[in-house]
Design a binder for this molecule. Structure first.
Ligand code: DDQ
Ligand code: CA
Length: 264
């Protein structure tokens, strides 16, 4: 049998194993300046100030939250701070939460375990292990998008959670790290940057930041009512159908409905 040149066999091997890097190299094309937007508060709702929010997600007409530290999966409402339903996850540190319409997918920070939930109320269907950290998660066009604290977003197959492709997030060429909670919209993925009041809207294909959103009005609104250094903006949910945007933070007493407005 004739052997393939080793470099060719290696590249064939890697086609099967390595995720595709989907970033388009900058071929000298001037990068369009990102939009500058601000989150303006429309309504303020109660939020459990003991909830260490790591994921906020609409699922089958209900609002769900993933909380970290001694965390859980919980169903919440806009009417009251206390959860309507919850299931504790005492052995792990839960993180981002996504819905494909049928199932909920919940990351863990450093436990390398994805929880898959099904049914109402959600019951644990399976656990899938993955390497690395889990920060934010959202679902877009048949894929789960994961952040891990770096500037890379990974696109996973929901069936076995293997990485299909990845992209580096850049703002005018500069990699953007600390991407935490995610929310998949049709025309880009929102990511709040850990320990900041900034939300980035990112192009799925190129990783380029399309918009930089200033959400400092929300931190201002909870100032004096949060004590922990870790009480930072985290939690983005878009309501299917209405497109209403909800934002909250870890250990925040409020959950906000916002609109995004351009510079005055
Ligand atoms: N992450 O959400 C940014 C991924 C992790 C946040 C961890 C913050 C540390 C909290 C300390 C709690 C002590 C168990
Ligand atoms: Ca979300």
């Amino acid at each position: 049998m004739r052997r393939l040149p080793w470099s060719l066999s290696l590249s064939l091997l890697c086609m099967a194993c390595a995720p595709t890097q989907r970033q388009t190299p900058d071929a000298g094309a001037p990068e369009v300046k990102p939009q500058r937007l601000a989150a303006r508060i429309v309504h303020t709702y109660p939020h459990d100030p003991t909830a260490f929010t790591q994921g906020l997600q609409f699922h089958q007409g209900q609002l769900y939250e993933s909380t970290g530290e001694k965390g859980d999966l919980r169903r919440i409402s806009l009417e009251q701070a206390a959860p309507l339903w919850k299931q504790s996850l005492p052995d792990v540190f839960p993180e981002g939460l996504a819905s494909d319409g049928e199932r909920l997918y919940q990351l863990t920070w450093q436990d390398e375990t994805l929880y898959v939930w099904n049914g109402a109320p959600p019951a644990q269907e399976k656990q899938v292990s993955y390497p690395g950290e889990g920060w934010g998660l959202c679902y877009w066009q048949g894929q789960l998008v994961r952040s891990d604290g770096t500037s890379t977003l990974r696109f996973h197959d929901p069936k076995d959670f293997h990485v299909k492709s990845q992209v580096q997030v850049t703002l005018q060429g500069v990699p953007q790290e600390m991407l935490n909670e995610l929310e998949c919209a049709e025309d880009g993925v929102y990511a709040n940057v850990w320990h900041s009041n900034t939300i980035l809207k990112i192009d799925y294909a190129t990783g380029r930041v399309l918009a930089v959103i200033d959400a400092s009005a929300l931190a201002q609104a909870v100032r004096g009512r949060v004590r922990s250094y870790e009480a930072v903006l985290n939690g983005i949910a878009l309501e299917p159908g209405t497109g209403r945007m909800f934002l909250t933070g870890k250990l925040w007493p409020d959950l906000f409905e916002v609109t995004l407005v351009g510079p005055a």
